[in-house]
Write a new protein. Structure first.
Length: 249
């Protein structure tokens, strides 16, 4: 049985304020938890229905385990349909971006992306195509939002997500800066080379004017039909696929 204080503690992590204050976030589902166990993230505790205990891989001795009832899990879960198991994970300390790590590979840069599902899908897409870095502007949605974490399907433990002032990052950077824009050169004619940053903008407003000025290579996905725009996560997938195709020729 969980105490009221335990339930209150976990429920507080549904809110960004307390995730930041306490340095802990929530992951749910056996697949995601299994992905995080061998990663660099530190799992604080695991809460599970009895039938899920046998599905857990071997856990380090310092992880606290709590068997819960369905009613308790419904109280602490962020999901409408809880997945039978939930874990609390320590938020790692943030560090400054080492620009040297951005050389000889591609990274995604997000300017004001607001939808947590979009951010999670972009992280999962980056993982699929082998991109190790997703750099977010300070006004991009929080990566530890439960909806974001859920949408990554465990990929968060393999992709380095950081927040940084984009003008500061892009100023005087010595690798190509590509930008997803409506008036750029065709994606299919773009010479990607071996490295670069790919900037994707806000769902409604696109890339902000101060960032557009820092883009050296605007690129567009050619439109064939009548849709006004593409979802930002879909755009990220198309860019990643084309970069991957060109690098593996």
């Amino acid at each position: 049985m969980l105490s009221k204080s335990q339930i209150g503690f976990i429920k507080s992590l549904h809110q960004k304020k307390y995730r930041k204050e306490l340095g802990i976030f929530i992951i749910e589902g056996i697949k995601s938890i299994a992905e995080f166990i061998p990663s660099d993230y530190q799992i604080h505790s695991v809460y599970f229905l009895p039938q899920y205990q046998s599905l857990l891989p071997k856990l380090p001795a310092n992880i606290k385990l709590f068997e819960v009832t369905s009613a308790e899990l419904e109280k602490i879960s962020t999901l409408q349909a809880p997945q039978g198991i939930l874990a609390l994970v320590n938020i790692p300390e943030t560090s400054a971006i080492d620009k040297a790590t951005l050389r000889n590979n591609f990274s995604l840069v997000l300017d004001g992306v607001q939808d947590p599902g979009n951010l999670g899908t972009i992280i999962r897409t980056a993982d699929w195509f082998g991109l190790k870095h997703v750099i977010c502007s300070p006004n991009t949605v929080e990566v530890y939002n439960p909806k974001t974490v859920q949408a990554t399907m465990g990929s968060l433990c393999r992709v380095n997500v950081s927040y940084h002032s984009l003008p500061e990052l892009l100023k005087d950077i010595d690798i190509p800066v590509f930008g997803a824009m409506l008036n750029g050169s065709s994606l299919y004619e773009t010479q990607w080379g071996i490295e670069g940053l790919v900037i994707l903008g806000n769902e409604g407003q696109g890339i902000s004017p101060e960032i557009i000025d820092l883009i050296s290579r605007p690129v567009t996905i050619p439109r064939v039909g009548q849709a006004e725009s593409l979802n930002v996560a879909v755009s990220a997938a198309i860019f990643c696929a084309d970069i991957s195709r060109n690098m593996n020729k």
